[in-house]
Write a protein that binds this ligand. Sequence first.
Ligand code: SAM
Ligand code: SF4
Length: 483
Amino acid sequence: MKELIEDLSVLTETQEDQPSTISATNNSGKSRKLYIESYGCQMNYSDSEIVASILHKDGFDTTSEIEEADVILLNTCSIRDKAEQTIRKRLSNINGLKRNKPELMIGVLGCMAERLKSKLLDEEKIVDLVAGPDAYRDLPHLIAQVEEGDKAVNTFLSREETYGNITPVRLNSNGVTAFISIMRGCDNMCSFCVVPFTRGRERSRDPESIIAEARDLFSKGYREVTLLGQNVDSYKWSAEENNKARLEKNEDKIEITSFAQLLEKVALVNTDLRIRFSTSHPKDITDQVLHTMANYENICKNIHLPLQSGSSRILDLMNRGYSREWYIEKINHIRAILGSDCGITSDMIAGFCSETEEEHQETVSMMDLVKYDYSYMFVYSERPGTLAEKKFKDDVPADVKQRRLEEIIQRENRHSLERNLPEIGKTRKVLIEGFSKRSEDFLQGRTSNNKVVLFPKENKRKGQYVNVQIERCTKGTLFGKLV
Ligand code: SAM
Ligand code: SF4
């Protein structure tokens, strides 16, 4: 059973230093082969599916075998320095392939491409093509430019691009769960974060194209969609105006679709289609969203609500727009509307600029108060060009950051287990996502509040909803039997 338990980190974590996906083989008889690796957040994973779609129209099939590729694209992450170092190592590793196959084209996409622009071509000689997150429609042209013997760069950031009319080619899909991007960019300017610089200004996608994508997925057998954006609660769309600043100025005069309205529209696609969403900024999640979640059984009861720090002074330096007390109120409010069963998960940063031991302890005590179901936890990594890099000193020594992170991880482990124990004896509705990674005698799926459940398969298969009675648990997994 230990082996089954170890499955779980695979399902719950996305790490920027491991590719979250490698393109699957799609052989429709196109003449050229594309291999894509995606790193970092789910937005990158979803963007790679848009890239595969754009290049499919341009004569490319995807392959999962790097040796077969005519073009290799790395869709990169810049969120922490370690993420960029991983890409540089991967490029030097790919260098060997290029030596044996000089016509092989190597492209860097995503946040690192946007941050470094043409500098990347100077620093990494192996790279032929650099394309930022808003430049993917230009890839066929950039590839043609490289074929003619030039290097190619497009890192133009758009205020309008949402790729709304592109149907993604699903890569490595389990056929049950899929991501749908609903917005791009971020206007928040958290002081530690490079995203507003690498992904540009916030813009929302036409709700009709989102609903059409959800309907299409449902008709193909998918049973869960996750609506993606850096800050989904600030989703706002109007047919008349898609410039966010102008839209907010005229809010009372024009018809706007809010995130709560979008959620409801997607929930109405089919009661058998589950909806998740990520990420919610604590300052932006509205009561309307919470009530919409409560009103629809198929909107999953789980909120990713990153705290970052439990100290009001640090939160202020981070420019997060809320205090410790305000966040506690928000959690109480969520639990009052959605009940204590609602999963709440978080992101934490250990050792931000000038963080004292007492302030670190405030993060730990805040975790004791909230008891998150799961958290992604990081040491602070200074990023060039961010507000924190310009204004504050990265003065917490590396060993202190690491020790604080370990304390946070220990707390998180304890709370995850505490949040799973009350599940024992309950019967939960589970959407089956496939076999357990280690044994085809077991199936795995998730509950509405995003807990992974393993159970003996009997005659069930992926894509079905089943009721599972929970019999025991670890901090990462529930184990049960079909009822
Ligand atoms: N938009 C999302 C939000 O605000 O919650 C998160 C985006 S970011 C890709 C994911 C997480 O990375 C953040 O919530 C934060 O905890 C972490 N992060 C961002 N910048 C960081 C940095 N410079 N050092 C360490 N962690 C960082
Ligand atoms: Fe970065 Fe803050 Fe935007 Fe999240 S909300 S992407 S942490 S700036």
